[in-house]
Design a protein around this ligand. Structure first.
Ligand code: AMP
Ligand code: ZN
Length: 114
């Protein structure tokens, strides 16, 4: 997808601090972390947001979800806990229109989200 920041991160056109990569999934450290550990996990295929998740791309989304606990474990978060967030659309504050799941952890996270 042209002009998609995260598609450019996947190709390496824009540099990132890689945490994990396989054929279908890419994960990297957030450039502006909101917690001691803040990693973004994305499908390699361009899906704009949760609004576009459907039967045609559920395998790609599933591969991302299956990878999240593995990454969390490797980051040392499995025991202490972590939060997984995906923002969809303007009211949620989605700034990059390529589906991504935030993994946040490494401290007691605030409960005030709404
Ligand atoms: P969201 O607000 O849910 O769309 O999340 C987008 C996230 O992407 C934010 O937490 C940003 O800090 C992060 N981000 C933006 N540009 C980059 C980049 N070049 N490398 C890593 N993370 C980025
Ligand atoms: Zn993209």
């Amino acid at each position: 997808m042209e002009n998609c920041l995260f598609c450019k991160i996947i190709t390496g056109e824009i540099p990132s601090k890689k945490v994990y990569e396989d054929e279908h999934v890419y994960a990297f450290h957030d450039i502006n972390p909101n917690a001691p550990v803040h990693v973004l996990v994305i499908p390699k295929t361009h899906i704009a947001s949760m609004n576009e998740v459907g039967a045609d791309n559920i395998e790609a989304v599933s591969r991302v979800l299956l990878t999240i606990p593995k990454i969390a474990c490797e980051l040392g978060l499995a025991e202490s806990g972590y939060r997984v967030i995906t923002n969809c659309g303007d009211d949620a504050g989605q700034t990059v229109k390529h589906l991504h799941f935030h993994i946040l952890g490494g401290k007691q996270l605030p409960l005030t989200l709404a």
